[in-house]
Ligand binder design. Structure first.
Ligand code: HEC
Length: 146
């Protein structure tokens, strides 16, 4: 009933392949959010509230964002993919924007009072739209939209 060892092996391989076929598209399927309305709304929020510290296109305004200032706090880093924003999955970025980093000893303001969750999400989608493709893929591999 169970068949020969070879048959079982073959069946196992087929199952393994099937599993791989099933998993692969899931792992590689996250597409960058490009909905124009979402990005336009995010851009508007970004230009109004974020660009003053992070630069009009998230390029950063401080020469060395890795060096803490005289107060021991880190300056606003670039958000355009050249710093480490892509090390953090979406949910963490959302939390940083919503709650700020004062509690962690940083000086990123909390936006939870001024912006809705939807506005924060759309702003992050705009920020992510500024990243080069390979940075987006790296981010995805580290959790991405989670
Ligand atoms: C008053 C200046 C200021 C404004 C305005 C500001 N930020 Fe920041 N932001 C910072 C600073 C400073 C940090 C670094 C915080 C730290 O290291 O604790 C930071 C960090 C961040 C990070 C984490 C970056 C990383 O690489 O880990 C994100 C994401 C971010 N800001 C998004 C935003 C968004 C979106 C807005 C607008 C809604 C915004 N910021 C407005 C100062 C600002």
């Amino acid at each position: 009933m169970a068949g020969t060892a070879v048959e079982r092996l073959a069946r196992g391989c087929a199952n393994a392949l099937l599993a791989a076929c099933w998993l692969l598209p899931v792992a590689a399927s996250a597409e960058r959010v490009r909905d124009p309305q979402t990005l336009a709304e995010g851009r508007q929020v970004f230009e109004q509230h974020c660009a003053g510290c992070h630069g009009s296109r998230g390029q950063g305004l401080v020469k060395d964002w890795k060096k803490p200032g005289a107060d021991g706090k880190y300056p606003p880093p670039p958000l355009n993919g050249t710093a480490h924003t892509w090390h953090h999955p979406f949910s963490q970025l959302h939390r940083v924007v919503k709650d700020g980093t004062a509690r962690l000893g940083g000086s990123m303001p909390a936006w939870g009072g001024a912006l809705s969750d939807r506005q924060i999400r759309h702003t992050l989608h705009y920020v992510i739209s500024l990243w080069p493709e390979e940075i987006f893929r790296e981010w995805e591999a580290r959790g991405g939209y989670q």
